[in-house]
Design a protein around this ligand. Sequence first.
Ligand SMILES: NC(=O)c1ccc[n+]([C@@H]2O[C@H](COP(=O)([O-])OP(=O)(O)OC[C@H]3O[C@@H](n4cnc5c(N)ncnc54)[C@H](O)[C@@H]3O)[C@@H](O)[C@H]2O)c1
Length: 449
Amino acid sequence: MEPVSRKGTRMKVVVVGLGYVGTVTAACLASGGHDVWGVDIDPAKVDDLNRGRSPVAEPGLDAMVARAVADGALHATSSCAQALDQAEISLVCVGTPSTPRGATDLSYLRRAVAEIAAALRTAERAPGGHSVVIRSTVPPGTVDEIVAPALAEILGEAAEPTGVAMCPEFLREGCGIADFYAPPLLVAGTSDARVATSVRRLFAFLDQPVQLVDVRIAEALKYACNAFHATKVAFTNEVARLFRLLDVDSRQVMSLFCEDQVLNISPSYLRPGFAFGGSCLPKDLRSLLHLARVSGADLPLLAATLATNELTVSDVVDRVVASGARTVALFGLSFKMNTDDLRESPYVEVAERLIGKGFEVRIYDQVVNPARLVGANLRYVESKLPHLSRLLAREPADVLAGADVAIVSATSPPVLDALRARPPRRLIDLCGQLGAELEALPGYEGIGW
Ligand SMILES: NC(=O)c1ccc[n+]([C@@H]2O[C@H](COP(=O)([O-])OP(=O)(O)OC[C@H]3O[C@@H](n4cnc5c(N)ncnc54)[C@H](O)[C@@H]3O)[C@@H](O)[C@H]2O)c1
């Protein structure tokens, strides 16, 4: 086969589903030098493409399709069997719409995979085998539990060597071509080394490395991204709704907001872990919600942040209750490490609730010293944990002795050393930074992983 770029080689690629994602993908791969066959059940789309027209409206796509078809690099058919002869890879780009109840309708995907498998049974196979790559957005578990078994069942003994992968698509309609060439992420979820090599070769002309991950990570990633984008839009419009009533220009506020790339537009606050707390976030959120109430604005998203934060706290308490433990070791009490600010600390909340339920709770915090607490900080903790001095231990090992479960948010060396020296039967990790050795303990569990 002839080379398509300094890094890649020409591959025969099948794109199943010629909608917004499929047509952009097919045209860009063909322009990148691959031999691309598009398949769609809609004869009008197949006809459009074969006439050199894009079946979907997307800037620049008509010209790209026309060129690729004229060059003989892009073809369309309604027959998977015709397309799959000698093909190394098929990319499934069919729709995955919502059912009336909001579930993901996987019927198009199931049908597409069944058609690929049936075609592979009779197709002339590429010497290196075939890779079925899901590009549609599908719930975690779909590739392992639906796609791979369907292929295995239909292909039977002819399954080898056919592998699967999930490569989520991140393009946006309206700038789909530019997004294809410079994707925000290029991720392949597969445990099959041969499939991973095929995907890398497919995208070699993009000059962007393919990140190899577990298939479920790749499936979940797309949902995390879209949920975050939706939340950002809803957040911005929610605060704007209130600011307008307060005679504040939200465009200026949000423009400055986006200039902060340290805390706002950054990885800060985006690591899974425990609930937020402290002397500012809960207070200021309540204040904003109060302003909204008196101004007549509804801020359901911001109101829900308090509710969902509470669920993070009650989840840990519920897990301890369900464990049958009696004695609990709590590592970390202030709202974050390296401060003794206990105001609205979610760890204080956990301790208070467990004590209220009759658990024996012992606490280690490297910084908190009850003798040095003053003012609002002291008043807060006295209202929540009046006998704090009796609960606190000087050494992490003293807290661990006899404990049935350890709840850990502190990662200071004395805490980690003590946990390694005397591993608790059950360890609930609230911070995700305890290291591989502690994560390998039989009783280890993460708060959200
Ligand atoms: N549209 C976007 O911007 C975008 C971006 C990223 C990811 N996605 C995801 O990509 C997937 C496709 O989205 P889309 O907007 O391109 O969908 P679409 O509805 O525009 O296109 C889907 C195409 O698949 C075809 N099809 C259905 N069953 C088929 C089968 N068995 N064989 C061949 N063709 C078949 C349909 O006829 C249609 O042309 C969805 O899962 C979507 O969530 C979409």
